[in-house]
Ligand binder design. Structure first.
Ligand code: SF4
Ligand code: SF4
Length: 286
């Protein structure tokens, strides 16, 4: 851990040879942090270049002295908002880890459903004790986010590349081309040619089209590519006797928040109205 005898750099922080990183989990399954832990022997390489000061899923120590914060999970409560703000104040760089943190992900599946119905279905007679907001949001709706590593879960190799870039003062390189590109490289038979549908044409690549290669299709777990070619996608759908609405309806799994933002038409960061808020929950996590 840190060398407490090292001289201060003047702003209360100690100089260090490795950036200090912290991992935080919000509403989500913690599968992205598990991907980091599953790096196994490569973790040793990782701790050669960064000092991990907080990682609840992997260690008991915790410090608020870090430069890079990896944040997994979405925002569900007012407590989440306050905690995120504290993290933002501590970190030089905040990285959204996984699709829930980056763009709402699977948490936002409930956003267009009746909140009471959803909580009763999940928690039964304990539903009244649920103190989350009716709308699940990505962390970028609350704080400024420097980088996003999408995926459900994240790709381990992409995470390692992102850390390597950050340690070297560079920006992580996250693909901004559609899954179809990698799908063609993999020489897959297109899902549309198999009589199925697919979100590959408008979903961010970087996964090597793994789902199509495994015989299914893309569900959009890496979120929408920037500036998707919707006209071309609409043409593909029409050629297959489908409408955009039908496909959006079929693929609600990951895109609840992004779809909502597009409906609102402001490109994101819709402030939550006061009457969206339910009583503040504790949340409990540090
Ligand atoms: S299967 Fe999906 S990802 Fe692959 S080429 Fe067809 S539309 Fe694109
Ligand atoms: S093919 Fe689509 S759903 Fe599958 S991992 Fe890639 S982005 Fe996610």
């Amino acid at each position: 851990m840190s060398d407490a005898s090292a001289p201060s750099d003047g702003d209360g922080r100690r100089p260090r040879d490795r950036p200090r990183v912290a991992f935080f989990d919000f509403t989500g399954c913690e599968g992205d942090q598990l991907q980091v832990i599953n790096l196994e022997d490569r973790l040793l390489d990782l701790v050669e270049v960064v000092e991990v000061v907080s990682f609840r899923e992997a260690m008991t120590d915790h410090s608020d002295d870090y430069e890079i914060a990896f944040v997994e999970g979405g925002v569900a409560t007012a407590h989440d908002e306050r905690r995120l703000t504290r993290i933002r104040n501590h970190a030089d760089a905040v990285v959204a880890l996984g699709s829930c943190a980056a763009f709402g992900g699977i948490n936002a599946l409930r956003n267009d459903q009746d909140f009471e119905t959803v909580t009763e279905r999940v928690y039964g007679e304990d539903a009244d004790s649920i103190t989350s907001y009716p709308t699940a949001r990505p962390i970028g709706d609350v704080i400024a986010v420097d980088y996003e590593i999408p995926g459900c879960p994240i790709d381990r190799e992409e995470f390692v590349q992102a850390v390597t870039a950050l340690v070297n003062g560079a920006e992580p390189s996250i693909p901004n081309y559609p899954v179809c590109l990698e799908c063609k490289f993999a020489e897959n038979t297109c899902a549309f040619e198999r009589g199925e549908t697919c979100l590959g044409p408008i979903t961010r690549g970087g996964c090597s089209a793994t789902c199509v290669s495994a015989g299914t299709h893309c569900w959009g777990c890496r979120g929408m590519v920037d500036h998707p070619n919707e006209d071309a996608y609409t043409d593909v759908l029409e050629a297959n006797g489908l409408t955009t609405e039908e496909v959006i309806e079929e693929y609600q799994l990951y895109w609840g928040w992004q779809r909502e933002q597009r409906t609102v038409g402001d490109g994101g960061n819709r402030p939550v109205a006061d009457d969206d808020h339910l009583p503040i929950g504790d949340g409990g996590a540090r």
